[in-house]
Every structure is written in C-alpha cells, then in structure tokens.
Design a protein around this ligand. Structure first.
Ligand SMILES: Cc1cc2nc3c(=O)[nH]c(=O)nc-3n(C[C@H](O)[C@H](O)[C@H](O)COP(=O)(O)O)c2cc1C
Length: 187
C-alpha cells in the first residue's frame, strides 16, 4: 500500500474516547476498536492483517519504537507519546500504553495491545521539539546517535524514561486508572 503524504491538518480527538488496537506477536494488526478505525480513515479490512506501521508518522523517531519493542518483547509495558498519521495524511497525538499478552499455559508472548487517549497539549508542545531533534540526529547518525542524545537528555534531567513520561503526561495516575479499566474490557 502507498504511504500517504503528511499534511499539517491535525485531527482533534474526543478526550473522552479511547483508541484500542491489538497485534499478533509480529506487530500485525488483528483488531481495532471503532474509534481506531474511524480516526485512521482506513476501512477495518484495510487495517486488519497489515503491519502496525501503516499509521506511522514520519515525524516519529525510530528510537522511540525501538525502546517500546525492547520493553514489550520481554513482556513489559511502556507509555509513550505518539504522533500518528491517518489515511489522508492528517495527524493526531496520543498517549499510548503498549502492553504484552502472554499465553496462560506456556507463557509465550501471543500478542500486544495498545490503549490510547488524546495527549495533553503541553506534553505535545514539549515532546514535539524532542522528537524533531531525534529525527534530525537519526538522519545524520542513525538510531545509535538518537539513542545517545536521548539518554544524555534524560541524564541531564536526572530522570528515567518512565519518570520523564510521567512528568510530561502530568496526570499519569488518571491515564493509569483509565488504561487499567480498558485492559479489563479488552484484555
Ligand atoms: C500493539 C501495538 C501498537 C502499535 N501502535 C502503533 C501506533 O499507533 N503508531 C505507530 O506508528 N506504531 C505503532 N506500533 C509500532 C509499529 O509496529 C512499528 O514498530 C512502528 O510504526 C515503526 O515502524 P517501523 O518498524 O517500520 O520503523 C505498534 C506496535 C504494537 C505492537
């Protein structure tokens, strides 16, 4: 499938609604809730069976997804602020919690789930600049370069990645309560 050309049109999300998608162990989309399909601009049939990078925005640094995959592949979870792209090239910002699902019997990872909600404006304002810098570095010196820069930035702030995201999102408590409730519904 052709990748859309990004536009500067922002899709404003309903702060009360959530976007949920699931993938298999390889990151192939197996499920999306109604809001995921609606916001993406694709038909459900165009999404299911496709790699999840179908909604990847070119402004997202590779290093963030690397960090995310490193965490979920060993059964962990991680929160990230993500800029996604709809079929018409529009963008939208979400706070996303990525989680892994394991088989109850053999404990193998069977797939992953992502829960998303509209990102707070001040968090977007800050992370947008950080991501711009990381993408710029990646063009010059690849993911090693952006990783080193990001680690250096966090060290300067005296924060771990999780602490930094907590601070940015502000009311992580609220997001956590929400994502935990969603997990009970979507598993
Ligand atoms: C459950 C789950 C949800 C994901 N959701 C997104 C998403 O909303 N946007 C996105 O760009 N990548 C998402 N990804 C990551 C993609 O699989 C992919 O790693 C990323 O888009 C980077 O693309 P690339 O690997 O082709 O560089 C998700 C992965 C998983 C496992």
């Amino acid at each position: 499938m052709e990748h859309p050309i990004p536009t500067d049109h922002e899709i404003l999300l309903d702060p009360k609604r959530y976007i949920v998608s699931k993938t298999d162990a390889k990151g192939i989309i197996t499920y999306g809730n109604d809001y995921f399909v609606e916001i993406s601009g694709y038909k459900e049939s165009e999404l299911v069976g496709k790699p999840h990078n179908i909604i990847r925005h070119p402004d997202m640094p590779k290093v963030i997804f690397k960090l995310m995959w490193d965490r979920i592949q060993i059964g962990g979870s991680i929160m990230a602020i993500v800029k996604n792209m709809a079929k018409d090239g529009s963008f939208y910002w979400v706070v996303t919690e990525f989680e892994s699902k394991r088989d109850k019997l053999n404990h193998q990872i069977t797939g992953y789930t992502a829960f998303r909600k509209a990102a707070p404006k001040d968090a977007i304002a800050e992370i947008e600049n950080v991501y711009m810098k990381l993408v710029e570095i990646e063009k010059e010196s690849g993911i090693e370069g952006s990783r080193n820069y990001f680690i250096g930035m966090l060290e300067d702030k005296g924060l771990s990645y999780d602490e930094y995201i907590d601070k940015l999102v502000g009311n992580r408590g609220i997001f956590k309560v929400f994502f935990t409730a969603m997990k009970k519904v979507f598993g």
